[in-house]
Design a protein around this ligand. Sequence first.
Ligand code: NAP
Length: 271
Amino acid sequence: MTEGKARLQGKVAIVTGAGSSGPGYGTGKAASALFAREGARVLLVDREPERAEETSAIIAEEGGEASVFEADVTSSDDCRAMVEAAVQRYGRLDALMNNVAVIKTGNVVEVDEDDWDTAMDVNLKGMMLASKHAIPAMAESGGGSIVNISSVEAVRSGTFAPLTPYSVSKGGVATLTISMAVQHGRENIRANCIMPGFIYTPMVAPLLSEEMRSLRARCAPLGVEGTAWDVARAALFLASDEARWITGVALPVDAGLLAASPLSMLPYLRE
Ligand code: NAP
């Protein structure tokens, strides 16, 4: 990185799920704002365009460059059109942040089959489809970086409810990441995933009591609640050339949650 240069200067990024499900900042919105602050031109993709418009207004106010594209990531046609729009509007494609997910609950005995299919379609197939269309455009631009948002649920099961469809889809995201990193490395395309821990975002806010929110914060070694910005900063690093030699990695951004055994946290949970 050249000293003083913005970290994504000259780059074009697509962020999926760039709106937030409610007031405040979700991961897609925070990452879009950060990417733009660091010089990227950002295509803000969401199935609810008015939410992405909010993100767009924030970026415009901060002097950044972004525009909205309405797409459902479960549609291959929408993903193709999304990539074409980025290239038409901005001339190239350097980064894709696959952020969209929905939460579907239940253990394997009780799970609703439609919920299972939706989790796989939105959380996993959506990332495959977006990448499928983005990779050739990135290769054409000389290479690029894909940042997939997985979850600690990919490797540790169970939070406030059984989340089997969600967890399995997030495990698939980690595997998809490795596969893409290996298959497309020679095109100078990097693929990494982030495993966020218990962050507080508009998507999970309606599901959490104050007590549960406090427990989520206390059960990790740092004992501090995470936000969308914590994940967005890690995504910025992985999207940037600072991470030029990093690919195929699953990075926990979790206050140490995955490092801790449950018993080691017991004194803090009793507080
Ligand atoms: P977010 O970025 O605030 O919101 C995601 C956006 O994607 C919402 O506007 C959502 O709309 C939209 N979306 C949903 N399905 C879509 C589709 N098919 N096509 C296009 N857009 C769609 O959410 P977040 O809570 O911060 O989560 C971001 C990522 O972090 C997710 O992958 C999540 O699994 C992961 N994560 C979150 C946590 C946590 O504790 N929050 C923990 C671990 C991992 P709707 O509101 O209409 O669905």
